[in-house]
Design a protein around this ligand. Structure first.
Ligand code: NAX
Length: 326
């Protein structure tokens, strides 16, 4: 039996946490032969709810779950963690400006970054889900300078999954036939699902779905506004699909990517495709099972160029708003 891996999850008593934890504990995050210890981090007022979550996890009697540490102490929470899934953050409330939200959440990610650096295992990798996830990730990364920059990720996989499904529905094919569809930029309404490189059944998506207006007038807005549509329908934001995307992201990072595919995740840009270095920017990525690389040499047309710059501009602006936290 392998040694257990410590997985820290913030916002563990929240909606995404509720869907995510059972999947981690059942072996869906790190594999069916990898025991885990869950380190569940919450704020003080949510500790009672977290107690209930812990009881449910215990009641599942998961064979791979070797321990649960519920805590509101960041040092204890990130102790020995090899994966940190930063889900918890404060939601935007009516009348709150984006700058206010960035400031409030920024402070959370400053202390979490510091606690990760001080307490986590030397192989720590961090995936930020809590919004605004790219800039929260930027803040945490900059507050943990000893943790290599290629260990920080912001989640855009949910957007990729949403985009793939829209293409599959339109083309009348199985979702597994859609490949090479990457989200560029920020996990926000400026994100760009670059359909020009996507394939459907091995052919260029644009040769299968040929109506250009559909991509611009329906596909892109549907993907960009999907989160809002779910809130409108469900009265709550996406949780099961977000938890699923977090599981998918970790699998994408730790397993080699198929030759005919890519995946999306926000990483620390090194200036690929002319994007400002240091921003957490989502690109088409491949993994060799250890290291990630941005797919280079893609032909970016004028439309895509404009889109990838628009979302970069938003990220640069967010960075400026939190410059005192970096
Ligand atoms: P909930 O409000 O249900 O849960 C959030 C939890 O975080 C709460 O239990 C709260 O007590 C906890 N929390 C707040 N501050 C904390 C802190 N400093 N330390 C530890 N825990 C803290 O939200 P939920 O629906 O679970 O969503 C969580 C986050 O995911 C939100 O920021 C949301 O915007 C974001 N999302 C990101 C997505 C992505 O694709 N990147 C998609 C889904 C989701 O919208």
């Amino acid at each position: 039996m392998k040694n257990p891996v410590h997985v820290a999850v913030t916002g563990a008593a929240g909606q995404i946490g509720y869907s995510l934890l059972v999947r981690i504990a059942s072996g869906q995050l790190l594999g069916p032969d990898q025991p885990v210890i869950l380190r569940l981090i919450e704020i003080e007022p949510a500790m009672k709810a977290l107690e209930g979550v812990v009881m449910e996890l215990q009641d599942c009697a998961f064979p791979l779950l070797k321990g649960i540490v519920p805590t509101c102490d960041l040092n204890e929470g990130f102790d020995s963690a090899s994966w940190a899934l930063l889900v918890g953050s404060v939601p935007r409330k009516a009348g709150m400006e984006r700058k206010d939200l960035l400031g409030i959440n920024g402070k959370i990610f400053t202390s979490q970054g510091k606690a990760i650096q001080e307490n986590a295992a030397s192989d720590i990798r961090t995936l930020v889900v809590g919004n605004p996830c790219n800039t929260n990730c930027l803040i945490a990364m900059n507050n943990a300078p000893d943790v290599p920059k290629d260990r920080w990720f912001a989640m855009t996989k949910l957007d990729e999954n949403r985009a793939k499904t829209q293409l599959a529905l339109k083309a009348g094919v199985d979702v597994t036939d859609v490949k090479n569809l990457a989200i560029w930029g920020n996990h926000s309404s400026t994100m760009y699902p670059n359909y020009f490189d996507a394939t459907i059944g091995g052919k260029a998506a644009t040769d299968v779905i040929t109506e250009e207006a559909w991509y611009k007038d329906e596909f892109i807005p549907t993907v960009q506004q999907r989160g809002a549509a779910i809130i409108k329908a469900r009265g709550l934001s996406s949780a099961a699909s977000a938890a699923n995307a977090a599981i998918d992201t970790v699998a994408n990072i730790i397993k080699p990517t198929a030759a005919d595919d890519v995946f999306s995740v926000g990483i620390c840009s090194q200036g690929e495709y002319g994007i400002e270095p240091g921003l957490i920017y989502s690109y088409p990525i491949k993994s060799d099972g250890e290291k990630l690389s941005v797919v280079e040499g893609l032909d970016i047309n004028e439309f895509s160029q404009q889109k990838i710059k628009e979302t970069e501009a938003e990220l640069s602006e967010e960075k400026t708003m939190v410059s005192d936290l970096l």
